[in-house]
Design a protein around this ligand. Sequence first.
Ligand SMILES: Nc1ncnc2c1ncn2[C@@H]1O[C@H](COP(=O)(O)OP(=O)(O)O)[C@@H](O)[C@H]1O
Ligand SMILES: [Mg+2]
Length: 513
Amino acid sequence: MLARAQTFTIDGLQARPVTVEVDIRSGLPAFSIVGLADAAVREARDRVRAAILNSDFEFPARRITANLAPADLPKIGPGLDLALACAVLAASGQIPGAQLDGHGMFGELALDGELRHCHGTLAVAQASVSAGVRTLLLAPGRAHEAMLLEGLNVKAVQNLKSAVRVLHGGSPDRIPDRPALGRGQRDDRGRHDPDLSDIIGQHHAVRSLIIAAAGGHNALLSGPPGTGKTMLAHRLPSILPPLSRTEAIDVTRIHGIAGHGGGRLITHRPFRAPHHSITTAGLVGGARRGWIGEIVLAHHGVLFLDELSEFARPTLEALRQPMEDGRVAIVRARHSAVYPARFMLLAATNPCPCGYAGEHERCHCNERDHARHRRKLSGPLLDRIDLLSHLDRERGVTGAVALTDSRRARARVIAARELQAARFATEGIRTNAAMDARLTLRHANLDDQANHLLIACQDRGSLSARGQHRALRVARTIADLEHSTRIAGHHLAEALAMRPDAALAGGRTVVVA
Ligand SMILES: Nc1ncnc2c1ncn2[C@@H]1O[C@H](COP(=O)(O)OP(=O)(O)O)[C@@H](O)[C@H]1O
Ligand SMILES: [Mg+2]
């Protein structure tokens, strides 16, 4: 007898529909699975058999063949267990086959028949809606994640017995009031992000962080050890605008597939801070099929690279294309995929290998050390960084006060982002940082003083075309923070002072790059 059940497998950042076909005929008892199944799917045979027997059903002592269609799509993970078990029960006449129609199933079976939730529930729910599945059977722990989508009937089933009951038209199990937290997960409600008011002094660096957040600019913090670079960076999430509903669904889906989501909607922007020992594959993805890199996990959020000069140069080089395109194309011998990766880059570094450049008596680096340090950073990333700020010891001293707190800074950031959203409503971008040369010039709207300043810089030859566009983008954001439609002289002057290439040209002693 033949039976079919509908399930899903994760392919990159999507879930794809899989039809499980089970055929049972006479012959020596055997259970084989065909259709590009990975090890976890092949092991389903043992789980399914034990779960069926331990749920007081009969496991047919005949020749069972399960085919996973489409045959050319690799099936990964244990999420197909429930559909396999139900198809075996239907093919052996223990459930009427017609009952499976219109139902999707996703979950791993324990040997006692208990249903365990799997990574990627939100992606599965999205695929269910587009595949026309009316009812999705899931473990109770992830039902909330699937219920974020409208138009899908989600039924929680605790075990195989409950699933069979639901397929017979019985009632599903209770969905817990609150989504279960994953291992190592914090409850986000009442979560307390570190606050900007903890930063004493370093006002210009705090200010540059606010400008970066307001315009979505990539920023670099440079300074000797212990001046608060890492501390400041960790306060960036507290001043970023919240995710929109569509962005939140995107982020929840991606993190759900990576196994981070706790079954609830993620509303804060991701902040990823990989250690500098990370490999290129770890950063961009593609170590194996379906591997999600840090830059994809940072989508719609922040990628923070602390101790930037310690990262391997090829790893930093690999960031170039994703930062340009907002997505990463991965091509490996056996698979290829394109993942979204639109993030804001924040980096921190010492100004030289020993960290004390500029303090003559303390810095032990020679000219070659400096040159090496400079080379390491300049090529791949500096092109894409709009803002550079230096932290130093004198500016963060006792007696100094905090520039602002996160609540006030965030309100200004959100107001500036709203101006940008209105400005770019028809342009397909959201932030000043994403303006190309044409948009930069169109929206510059310089006043006389700013115009003179720009011309003076050009005459002096101290401003390349790229440097000019970069300064104008930042100046646009500074003006937006003040709700000014025109870029005034002091806006542009501040932007020029934070240009990384100005520092490169030797404005200060030794700089990051
Ligand atoms: N501006 C500052 N305001 C308050 N505390 C600071 C400041 N700068 C440094 N600190 C203190 O010094 C510690 C080390 O700072 P950190 O951010 O790790 O420095 P860096 O990354 O620049 O080496 C912080 O945890 C904090 O306690
Ligand atoms: Mg640090």
